[in-house]
Design a protein around this ligand. Sequence first.
Ligand code: FE
Length: 196
Amino acid sequence: MFILSPLPFAKSALEPHISSQTLDFHYGKHHQAYIDNLNKLVAGTVLETVPLEDIIMKTAGSISQVAIFNNAAQVYNHDFFWKSLRPADATLEPSIRLMAALESSFGSFDSFLNEFKAVALGQFGSGWAWLVKDGEVLKIIKTANADTPIAHGLKPLLAIDVWEHAYYLDYQNRRADFVEAILHNLLNWDFAEKNL
Ligand code: FE
């Protein structure tokens, strides 16, 4: 039985960039629905007692198990997204080690931010933008719908949810403003560092 992980911050902690009303829906309804759907889909099957990440790996690419994959991956992706964010009033900079890795992979911190934004805006329709580690190199990638880097052998460091449900109440169609607000105010560099 999977349960909704607690948010790592108060529901109002991301304001004014992401409202508590958005979190009421995004965390309380959408994320919860993926949990509920996953529990229903695996009930009474061999996957019932399998850890979340193993369910994702076992069902990735399987046409007959696509519903299980989609819900399991969305649970994982949302857990990862909340951990990728920090409260708006928490001033935090990338560590020296993380900054060195970003500069060596992207040329400069600004190039990293520009690429993250471009990839997040370039995802057509629902999906995700990620900072991932591919061997020793950091890359920005996008995944469509529920797809997730761990299904492709990549280690995620940070995630940005670019499904419309992530920003529509606060930003309507302005995905760029939502992504910029996260890039400049809400990324949890300590979490990224832990994944490095
Ligand atoms: Fe979402």
